[in-house]
Ligand binder design. Sequence first.
Ligand code: ADP
Ligand code: TRP
Length: 330
Amino acid sequence: MSEKKRILSGIQSSGALHIGNYFGAIKQYIELQDEGDGLYFIANYHSITSVQDKDKLRKLTQNAVLDLLALGLDPEKATLFRQTDVPQVTELAWILGCVTTKGLLDRATSYKDKIQRGLTPNVGLYTYPVLMAADILLPRADLVPVGKDQQQHLEMTRDIAGYFNETYNVDLFPLPEAKLNEYKIVIGTSKNEDGSFQKMSKSYNNTIDIFSEGKALKKAVMSIQTDSTPLEEPKNPEKCIVYNLYSLFSTKDEQTEMAENYRAGNYGYGTAKKELLQKINDLFEPSREKRKLLCNDPDFIEDILQSGAKRVRELGAETMDIVRMAVGIG
Ligand code: ADP
Ligand code: TRP
């Protein structure tokens, strides 16, 4: 009998989840939950690398759980847990760190990006990929659905798994594969000074949040950066953030229609923004309602998280027994 593939992914609770997280990661979690043994978690140990305010961290973590459930992650089909309820990952991370060279971590582009954006270069941020490897290897996951920006972390996880197997002469860890989505990187609501697109990210202040609604959502959409081409002149859809974001929510025909409107002239960015706003509302409205209901039931949510963590701790215990024996501490 062939066993179901184990699919695992995590999302940091370092800010409100945005449409980049949705198209880059969450949409895949939900689609994949029927295909394999899905394990999904809120990476709140990772969040501590940047969020160091206890009330804020707690709130963001709780919000991320509500977001995933409201968007359709189904605890009957997949396991949902908080990373900090599975502290074995920190033990495994230490052991994996001892077979990982500094040179490997020095190559991590996400660390360099974060430092450039002004995050404090704490050791946690530097060894972030080792903890991520531990998250994936503890339950011995096969497949990891993530956005393209996480691809290098997945390659590092494969390297680290290989170092461990080789150092201790065991065949313990499978080499996990990244599962990238079709959207690649979702762009943010403003551009760089040189006119190039930015990645949408919690730390760039250029997001449209999934659960934003009403006036706040309208403001976020209406303030998307556009150029000053007059209304009557033709416009280039490919270079426009509004068109690019609209493409995520629409069919090929709808995209072609908007692109033709841009090229024909007499079509303003304001009109395109209203069409985008409508699409966002259509897609997320049912989840907003569901989220409001879930908010009223914190005990139900906590039960889901506790039973999820229990299962992952059990899977983790099997791995850690072998790891500890292999290392000579079991
Ligand atoms: P952020 O960059 O906003 O802090 P995270 O690092 O917490 O987001 O990312 C969580 C998941 O969402 C990851 O799988 C990541 O690849 C995906 N993701 C984040 N931003 C984007 C984006 N702009 N486009 C595509 N995927 C993204
Ligand atoms: N680093 C991921 C991100 O920023 C979050 C994460 C932590 C993760 N551990 C993971 C993703 C394990 C996949 C698997 O998006």
